[in-house]
Design a protein around this ligand. Structure first.
Ligand code: ZN
Ligand code: ZN
Length: 271
């Protein structure tokens, strides 16, 4: 399913226990890898939030296919605490196939930030889940003319530049945030993600009888999102990772029931 969020096209699928992946076409990255449909093999950078199978099972398939296609290994970002076991998994799979695999795992931790593309960096934050899990925030750095130079003519600017004067300063724009699996605590812990232009978040449970289960399984119930809507600045809010207990039409029905009308235009569903 494709969703348009401002300048970005998200291509993905997300259902709890089945698979979750969200490819951002314009950035050529993917959040989580699900079971790795063929289209993800050609994405050079994959950001895995945690190692529950529905988010990560396709990792060895991704590596095998990039090797077969003689592509560079690709960069797979994984929670640092899972790095060792991820290496073992990849090596075991390679041993079973009696194959040699080139691959690159990059361990990441909450609080880290790294540039994954020119002027684009990824900031990692902790989410609250049953196993170690990180969320991701895409931050673009733009260089803007400093306010004191904004009224100058083109000629004056060129001459200042020639004299080596620093006329621009960096501005950080939070473009997108991705919350894989978590409870609602993630919004409390990291209010800065609510400033992102696009917020992609799990929202596994929707009905009253599943409220306790959401807490027990460390997932978000839509009831917990509702009071946050006034604080979420994002123009696009993508809800995903719905439980398989709900049909597509039930999901739409419950989301409409819970989300107040004034916020509905910002909501999109990845189902
Ligand atoms: Zn999941
Ligand atoms: Zn999970």
């Amino acid at each position: 399913m494709d969703l348009t969020c401002g300048p970005f096209t998200l291509e993905g699928f997300s259902r709890s226990t089945i698979e979750t992946y969200v490819k951002v076409n314009e950035l050529n990255i993917c959040f989580d890898i699900g079971k790795c449909p063929m289209s993800l093999v050609f994405v050079p950078q994959i950001f895995i939030s945690h190692f529950h199978g529905d988010h990560s099972l396709g990792m060895t398939y991704y590596i095998a296919h990039r090797n077969l296609a003689k592509l560079d290994p690709g960069k797979i970002y994984v929670p640092a605490s899972a790095e060792k076991a991820a290496h073992e998994l990849i090596r075991s799979q390679a041993a079973l196939e009696q194959a040699r695999r080139d691959y690159e795992l990059i361990p990441v931790e909450p609080g880290m930030e790294l540039e994954f593309k020119r002027n684009m960096s990824m900031r990692m934050f902790a989410t609250d889940h049953r196993i170690p899990s990180v969320g991701f925030q895409v931050i673009e750095t733009r260089h803007k003319l400093k306010p004191e130079f904004q009224n100058l003519s083109q000629q004056e600017i060129v001459s200042l530049k020639r004299d080596g004067v620093e006329i621009v300063s960096p501005v950080r724009i939070p473009r997108m945030a991705y919350v894989g699996d978590s409870t609602i605590k993630v919004f409390d812990w990291h209010p800065e993600i609510l400033e992102s232009e696009t917020l992609i978040t799990e929202c596994t449970f929707l009905t009253d009888d599943h409220y306790e289960e959401a807490a027990k399984r460390k997932h978000i119930h839509i009831r917990d999102i509702v009071p946050w809507l006034d604080h979420i600045k994002s123009e696009n809010i993508v809800l995903m990772h719905f439980s398989m207990r709900y049909t597509r039409s039930e999901i739409k029905h419950h989301v409409n029931r819970w989300i107040p009308e004034q916020h509905r235009h910002r909501i999109q569903l990845l189902i």
